[in-house]
Design a protein around this ligand. Structure first.
Ligand SMILES: [Ca+2]
Length: 244
């Protein structure tokens, strides 16, 4: 508003009187008018307060639910871990209690260097030998001893547990199909293993005539056939004898 504005005000004698209204005057009038405008302020009535409170409570509830969910997952994980540990402790304690009761009842435990599971004693060897040598070593180590022949899932689970404790990773089992390709039998009895217990890994045995001996590897959940000339650890087993 840089220019003056002229208005003509008619008089009684039609004399034209020029009246000069400056831009500053107009601006002053406008701003004064604006200052006089009453702008209504928001009023915090009960309705608005109720809406805000509801929104706040909803957001707070979402935050609380997320935190509570994470806390529940963490708590359930800890509870599950504790339950598993308790189960393991109970199983091992039960084995020890049964063994102690058997000793108190006059039954013999396994001799030194041998570990008992059920009615069998086991000796774990870290030496690596061929399959045939493992068979011979076990026959020679003690009267009635043979190379490990697993006959149940429970026995295999215990053997794997003990292998970890004894530091073994790969051990021969006394099973072979060297006499009849594809038909694995126990070395000590020539009985077919599938009539008792067999736990081959997927696709096993798959070595054909070049792999005729059974191997238990902690790195695999089930058995593999391997060349009998390879050298691995071995486990001997013999029946636990009673005094009477
Ligand atoms: Ca074979």
């Amino acid at each position: 508003m840089n220019e003056n504005i002229y208005t003509e005000i008619p008089t009684e004698d039609n004399t034209q009187v020029a009246s000069i209204v400056t831009s500053d005057q107009i601006y002053s009038e406008i701003t004064t008018s604006q200052d006089n405008v009453q702008i209504p302020l928001p009023v915090m009535n009960d309705h608005i307060y109720s809406d805000l409170k509801t929104e706040y409570n909803t957001n707070a509830s979402k935050h609380t639910d997320t935190a509570a969910g994470k806390e529940n997952i963490r708590r359930n994980y800890v509870i599950a871990l504790i339950v598993v540990l308790i189960i393991i402790i109970c199983v091992l304690s039960s084995i020890l209690i049964v063994q102690n009761l058997e000793q108190e009842n006059g039954e013999t435990a396994c001799e030194g260097g041998w570990y008992q599971f059920g009615d069998t004693c086991y000796q774990f060897s870290n030496s690596s030998v061929t399959f045939d040598d493992a068979v011979k070593m076990c026959i020679g180590v003690s009267s009635g001893a043979i190379l490990l022949e697993i006959r149940s899932l429970e026995e295999e689970i215990w053997i794997r547990f003990m292998m970890k404790l004894q530091g073994l990773t790969t051990t021969w089992m006394g099973i072979t199909d060297s006499l009849d390709e594809g038909t694995f039998v126990f070395v000590s009895s020539d009985k077919k293993i599938q009539n008792v217990y067999a736990h081959w890994d997927r696709g096993q045995p798959e070595g054909g005539k070049s792999e005729n001996c059974g191997l238990l590897l902690l790195g695999y959940e089930a058995w593999h056939d391997f060349p009998c000339s390879f050298k691995y650890e071995y486990i001997c087993a013999k029946a636990r004898l009673c005094r009477n």
